[in-house]
Design a protein around this ligand. Structure first.
Ligand code: NAD
Ligand code: NA
Length: 397
């Protein structure tokens, strides 16, 4: 079967397994080109198969020699359907890790369930040396079934103030178009907090603590985004912003608990805007990202997912140069948020039109990044070659 890209707005309907291998390899190559670092030895990553979670796993394994457990929600081959990008990323990671003798174990399923927590804890106890040093929480999801009340909550990407209309990029049609984000009901805000807030992170820490699998000095970091003024309406003041504030509150609660019991730490880290499966579907965000890339690349301070997470880990979480704000949040988004960067992004934002957006933004770069998340647009992958799905179907993460 020859696999071609098919898009629907900001969603990729297909992905390329051979391209996924290249996607993972390039991130590994980056980490190997950098100095090794002293980091954690045993790590659990929730949301390990794509975006920031995957980059974190690659940095920790190939940069610090960590053994990793990944939890992700992904699909394999079903009939003529190729499976999800995160499925192939995980298989590619495993193959590369195995070659270097790095232990990597995966749990594919619902991280929000108690069953998943029990399975992971059992594995840590019986086959992973009994304890973990670090938990990274990098989930992005639209639904969560609360394991305690059994209710399924759906997150909404909405405003909490007023209707927000603004331009975005449609990668399918390759046009800049207006999108409107409606106002959330109180119920939609509450549901989004249920899905993307800190409740599940806390349940993980409580379960791991009860299971006796946290080491002395244990750390946990949850990923979040804040963003600048131009995206406040959709992010900071949106439903997602409400959820992220809940996450920050949770980090303080967990920090107190972990400090007391394990001499440990809990942080939220605010990362830079990047194209991922999750961010590509947020209204307005892709255009902001394309303008931001233009400015940051011109200034020589652009980072992809791997550069961003490698800097967070080597400089901040396991280094001596943490950038922490007054709200105790780690700030690897500090270059994105620089005043000169934001002033230039704002100037472009005022100038950008459906006619000029491809020229004045880094549209090509943002689109390439989006395609590469799904294994496409690598110059050294032959996309006309036949992909043997039956063979690939035998592989499991
Ligand atoms: P992503 O879509 O690439 O990754 C999400 C991960 O969550 C995947 O591994 C997926 O399999 C997993 N997942 C989703 N539902 C699950 C479930 N029920 N059970 C188990 N695993 C599940 O997204 P991303 O952009 O890497 O986002 C990760 C975190 O980083 C989010 O908290 C996001 O807010 C944050 N972040 C993203 C950006 C950005 O610009 N992309 C910026 C700053 C912070
Ligand atoms: Na992730």
């Amino acid at each position: 079967m020859v696999i071609k890209p098919r898009l629907k707005g900001g969603l990729a309907l297909t992905n390329h397994p051979i391209g996924a291998k290249e996607f993972v390899k390039r991130q590994i190559d980056y980490v190997k080109s950098q100095d090794k670092y002293e980091g954690p030895k045993k790590v659990l990553i929730i949301g390990s198969s794509s975006g920031y979670g995957l980059a974190t796993r690659i940095s920790l394994a190939f940069g610090a020699g960590a053994e990793t457990i990944g939890v992700a929600f992904e699909k394999g081959v079903e009939g003529k359907r190729v499976g999800s990008a995160g499925w192939w990323n995980t298989i590619a990671f495993n193959e590369a890790a195995e070659k270097e003798g790095l232990v990597s174990k995966n749990f594919i399923g619902d991280a929000f369930s108690m069953e998943m927590k029990d399975d992971v804890i059992k594995f840590i106890k019986e086959e992973f040396g009994g304890k973990i040093d670090l938990l990274i929480y990098s989930l992005a999801s639209a639904v969560r079934t609360d394991p305690i009340d059994g209710v399924t909550y759906r997150s909404a990407l909405k405003s909490t103030t007023k209707d927000i209309t603004g331009p975005t990029i449609n990668f399918e049609k390759e046009v800049m178009e207006e999108t409107t984000m409606g106002v959330a009901t109180p119920d939609e805000i509450r549901s989004t907090v249920k899905v993307m807030g800190g409740e599940d992170w806390k349940l993980w820490i409580e379960a791991l603590d009860k299971g006796g699998v946290l080491s002395e000095g244990f750390k946990t970091v949850a990923y979040s985004y804040l963003g600048p003024k131009v995206t406040y309406g959709i992010y900071k003041e949106g439903t997602i912003g409400a959820a992220k504030r809940d996450l920050e509150h949770t980090s303080d609660v967990l920090n107190d608990f972990l400090k007391e019991k394990y001499n440990g730490e809990a942080y939220v880290s605010l990362s830079k805007a990047l194209m991922t499966k999750a961010s590509a579907v947020i209204p307005i965000f892709p255009l902001y990202a394309a303008l931001l890339y233009k400015v940051m690349k011109e200034k020589g301070i652009h980072e992809g997912t791997i550069e961003q997470k490698h800097r967070l880990l080597t400089q901040m979480v396991y280094g001596n140069n943490p950038v922490i704000d007054e709200e105790r949040r780690l700030r690897p988004d500090n270059w994105e948020m620089r005043e000169d960067v934001q002033a230039e992004v704002e100037a472009l934002w005022d100038k950008v039109t459906p006619e000029n957006f491809k020229e004045i933004s880094d549209y090509a770069g943002a689109r390439e990044e989006f395609m590469q998340l799904n294994g496409f647009d690598f110059d050294n992958v032959d996309y006309d070659a036949d992909v043997d799905l039956d063979e690939l179907a035998k592989l499991k993460p």
